[in-house]
Design a protein around this ligand. Structure first.
Ligand SMILES: N=c1c2ncn([C@@H]3O[C@H](COP(=O)(O)OP(=O)(O)OP(=O)(O)O)[C@@H](O)[C@H]3O)c2ncn1[C@@H]1O[C@H](COP(=O)(O)O)[C@@H](O)[C@H]1O
Length: 104
């Protein structure tokens, strides 16, 4: 988790850099629609890799996906801690039970 925390910090530092020098700054300059589009593309690439790619491809596409999710969260001013807290809140609640409670 230290890695994601470090990445959150780096993304925060880079978002106002020059778009000519920083991919994070370029994405932010292009706006939330572009960031969301990239996240969607990376998700599809991760899915394709999981179905037909090598183990290494699944790892690299997963890293791209996590990175772009972190850029999106930052653009929406959502802290990683907030997402982690939501996961912690779900700890011990079976996904199947939660789904069943929604359909009651
Ligand atoms: N972890 C990453 C990271 N992972 C992936 N990428 C970039 O994400 C992009 C992924 O785009 P694609 O694979 O779709 O390839 P593409 O064809 O270049 O993209 P498009 O032209 O279609 O937009 C590539 O340019 C990758 O280099 C990343 N860019 C930056 N980081 C981190 O962010 C930090 C700051 O980066 P800069 O803002 O560029 O300084 C870096 O030090 C890293 O720690």
């Amino acid at each position: 988790m230290d890695t994601l925390k470090r990445l959150e910090q780096v993304i925060a530092e880079r978002r106002n850099a020059s778009p000519d020098e920083s991919y994070v700054a370029r994405l932010n300059a292009e706006g939330i629609e572009k960031i969301a589009q990239k996240l969607g593309e990376e998700a599809i690439e991760a899915v394709i890799a999981s179905l037909s790619g090598s183990r290494e491809e699944v790892v690299t596409e997963s890293a791209d996906l996590l990175f772009h999710l972190m850029v999106l969260l930052q653009a929406r001013r959502i802290k990683l801690d907030e997402v982690l807290a939501e996961l912690d809140r779900r700890d011990g609640v079976s996904g199947l039970e939660e789904k069943a409670s929604r359909s009651e």
